[in-house]
Design a binder for this molecule. Structure first.
Ligand SMILES: *Cc1c(COP(=O)(O)O)cnc(C)c1O
Length: 423
């Protein structure tokens, strides 16, 4: 059972809200660092060689966070030009950047190569696309494998054979052979078939799948893969009755798979990479809002000053996010509310029919586990503005690492002077 905590006392929260108007996302730097160290320690203790985590930038695309993670020895996984630029700003480049993109524009291949990033190609046609866009192939290439019916997917990512990502098994053999012909010397193999998956065995089975394929690639083509990349998809306990995934058990399972499959195949030197996003920062972020309205109709509603534009997961996936009311932790949860935002969309609900203590206008309402795919999935529909991001430093101080959007930001792409002349 995971305890749902919030790092500020009510007093500290009041002080914070006096400086930074709600809503805002709060991130706990010390907890993010401690988690990063646990991850690395688990793989080191299990004896997995060359382990490197490439943090999936899309989960929390803030350069301050990237810099913290780089200090903890992480690289970064990118899928767009903007994410590559954020890595550069945070001092992450070269083979610390994995470019796992799809439908990649030429300019993004060029930028990734300029930075020396590892290209993780999503399709066999991308071999020629990279040559056309950049004039050559880099020394190192990774391919993304889509196992199709050989592996079950899960609710968020869907069935692999319906997923747009990756090469088929047959295409992979052709792709490695062709890339070698064109001068590539180092190869990697990537797959990602799940999202928010808490089952350790599922991730170990994925490692076994790519290891076995790596052994077959060596047997059939004589190509010895330099690394395997297990992608992202490690889940977090969004519900208070769920337990976090045991990194040590996962690392031990990967180590065992390596002993059983890679070492006998002569691939014992291959490194193990991950592109985890959610589990790296997710549990260490909170959306802090205030209740501004209450409404009684067929249901009891609490209206917040935050909305789905600040956190899309509940509305988009029906995802559970825990909700607490600071100062009322010990009050009985004897009310049932829909906790909602102000968007003109009925799925703008952070919680549906949730048992909570009585909430008054002005109460703080904290939505938990927003540190990944939270602010990042924000949008401006209905003219809603994305919130600030505030970093709780290990010394207890608060640092704004992104200001809140203003109406000027929202309207920056409109030319009101041209409008005045527009007949
Ligand atoms: C989204 C994504 C990740 C990170 O996934 P999490 O579920 O946040 O761990 C990693 N790699 C790729 C290619 C992705 O698209």
């Amino acid at each position: 059972m995971s305890k749902k905590s919030f790092p500020l006392s009510l007093e500290q929260l009041r002080e914070a809200a006096a400086r930074f108007p709600t809503p805002f996302h709060l991130y706990d730097e010390a907890a993010i660092r401690a988690n990063a160290r646990r991850m690395r320690a688990a793989f080191a203790a299990a004896g997995v060689p060359g382990y490197r985590e490439f943090f999936a930038v899309k989960a929390l695309p803030n350069p301050f966070i990237l810099k913290i993670l780089a200090e903890e020895g992480f690289g970064a996984d990118c899928s767009s030009l903007a994410e590559l630029r954020l890595c550069q700003a945070a001092g992450i480049s070269g083979d610390r950047v994995m470019m796992t993109s799809n439908e990649t524009p030429d300019g993004e291949f060029r930028e990734a190569r300029r930075m020396g990033a590892i290209l993780n190609l999503d399709d066999i046609t991308h071999i020629d696309a990279v040559v056309a866009a950049t004039g050559s192939l880099p020394e190192t290439i990774c391919f993304r494998y889509n196992p199709g019916p050989l592996k079950g997917g899960n609710a968020i990512i869907g069935k692999p054979e319906e997923a747009k990502y990756g090469l088929t098994r047959d295409q992979l053999f052709e792709a490695y052979a062709r890339a070698r012909e064109l001068g590539v010397r180092r190869f990697g193999l990537h797959t990602m078939v799940a999202s928010n998956e808490l089952d350790v065995q599922y991730h170990i089975d994925t490692a076994r799948l790519v290891f076995a394929l790596g052994a077959e690639i060596k047997a059939r083509l004589g190509i010895e893969l330099a690394f395997f990349n297990g992608g992202g998809g490690v889940g977090i306990p969004y519900r208070p009755d769920q337990a976090p995934l045991d990194y040590a058990a996962l690392a031990a399972g990967v180590a065992r798979a390596r002993e059983e499959i890679l070492v006998p195949a002569g691939l014992g030197g291959a490194a193990w990479y991950t592109e985890w996003g959610r589990c790296v920062t997710g549990p260490y972020g909170w959306l802090v809002a205030r209740a501004i309205r209450r409404k009684e109709t067929y249901r009891s509603y609490v209206g917040l000053d935050a909305c789905m534009a600040n956190l899309m997961r509940p509305g988009m996936y029906g995802a559970y996010h825990h909700v607490t009311v600071p100062g009322k932790e010990d009050a009985p949860a004897d009310r049932v509310y829909d906790v909602v935002g102000s968007l003109c969309e009925n799925n703008d609900k952070f919680a549906v029919q949730r048992a909570l203590p009585e909430i008054a206008e002005g109460d703080f309402v904290v939505i938990h586990d927003t540190g990944a795919h939270g602010h990042a999935m924000g949008f401006n529909y209905n003219g809603k503005l994305r919130s600030a991001e505030i970093l709780l430093r290990p010394d207890g101080t608060l640092l704004p690492i992104r200001r809140a959007e203003t109406l000027d930001d929202l309207f920056a792409t409109l030319d009101f002077r041209a409008l005045a002349d527009f007949a």
